[in-house]
Design a protein around this ligand. Structure first.
Ligand code: MN3
Length: 202
């Protein structure tokens, strides 16, 4: 089996003004495409060929840099496109809202914690909201293309929301202003999708 670059369900310019079309186009058609091709090359002829991406990441040997970087890159971006939407923004509801309130006290305090994780991730990486099997949620961050599905990464759980804080995700529009990009990201979060992932992962 080989992995395929997933299509976006919206146009490259659909998230403007929060995320610009050029950034989206390069990010999806070049960066994500590159991770996808490199992952396929890395697993070709190995036992991983018959595994799902989740199985590959759960059982990852962290010393296998090709699969770590490209398998992470494939998974992380596949999630990232889904948890954004042109009609996104607003607030979570239902069980997800309750879990966020329980963990952080309020949505605003969650937003502060998530934005801080994104801002303080040194260099390239991701900030995450993860769910644990008993339904609790937590915020953490990982370097490069690592993610919470990888063993021993110091940030465990099932990711239900993630923000890419590599410069390629925001530099054209925001240059060094990562906090402004993180703030804008909240206007495109697809909370319906995040809720669906919460229910699946809890
Ligand atoms: Mn990226």
């Amino acid at each position: 089996m080989s992995f395929e670059l997933p299509s976006l369900t919206y146009a490259y310019n659909a998230l403007e003004p929060h995320i610009d079309a050029k950034t989206m186009e390069i990010h999806h058609s070049k960066h994500h495409n590159g991770y996808t091709n490199n992952l396929n090359n890395a697993i070709a002829g190995t036992a991983h060929e018959n595994e799902s991406i989740e199985e590959i990441l759960n059982g990852l040997d962290l010393d296998n840099k090709a699969i770590r970087n490209n398998g992470g890159g494939f998974y992380n971006h596949s999630l990232f496109w889904q948890i954004m939407s042109p009609s996104g923004g607003g607030l979570p509801s239902g069980d997800l809202k309750a879990a966020i309130d329980k963990a952080f006290g309020s949505f605003d305090e969650f937003k502060t914690a998530f934005a801080k994780a994104a801002a303080t991730q040194f260099g390239s990486g991701w900030a995450w909201l993860c769910v644990h099997s008993e339904g609790s949620v937590k915020v953490c961050s990982t370097a490069n293309q690592d993610n919470p599905l990888m063993p021993g990464i110091g940030c465990q759980g099932t990711p239900i929301l993630g923000i890419d804080v590599w410069e390629h995700a925001y530099y054209l529009n925001y240059q060094n202003r990562r906090p402004d990009y993180v703030d804008a990201f909240f206007n495109v979060i697809n909370w319906a999708k995040v809720s669906e992932l919460y229910t699946k992962g809890a």
